[in-house]
Ligand binder design. Structure first.
Ligand code: FES
Length: 81
């Protein structure tokens, strides 16, 4: 699974760093380092709704507050399919 976090200025102001750190921590806590590739990218052109994140190309809007829940409810079930 490929997770890409926007590193553009607008998303940065909304908490990209916290979102990325939370994802990184959850990947490690769940032992998913071999299954999830976490990377960053430049502006995705959806600055208004960021923090912009794609999961295998599918767009999602996250915030530092919603990241952990998103991981539990969206990422983990997709990996178990
Ligand atoms: S800065 Fe993230 S979508 Fe533009």
């Amino acid at each position: 699974m490929q997770i890409t976090v926007c590193l553009g200025d607008s998303c940065h102001l909304k908490g990209t760093r916290q979102v990325a750190e939370t994802l990184q921590r959850l990947i490690w806590e769940n032992g998913l380092q071999d299954e999830i590739d976490l990377s960053g990218t430049f502006c995705m052109g959806r600055c208004r709704t960021g923090v912009s994140v794609t999961v295998d190309g599918a767009y999602h809007s996250l915030s530092p507050e919603t990241t952990e829940r998103f991981f539990q409810e969206q990422i983990l079930p997709q990996l178990r399919q």
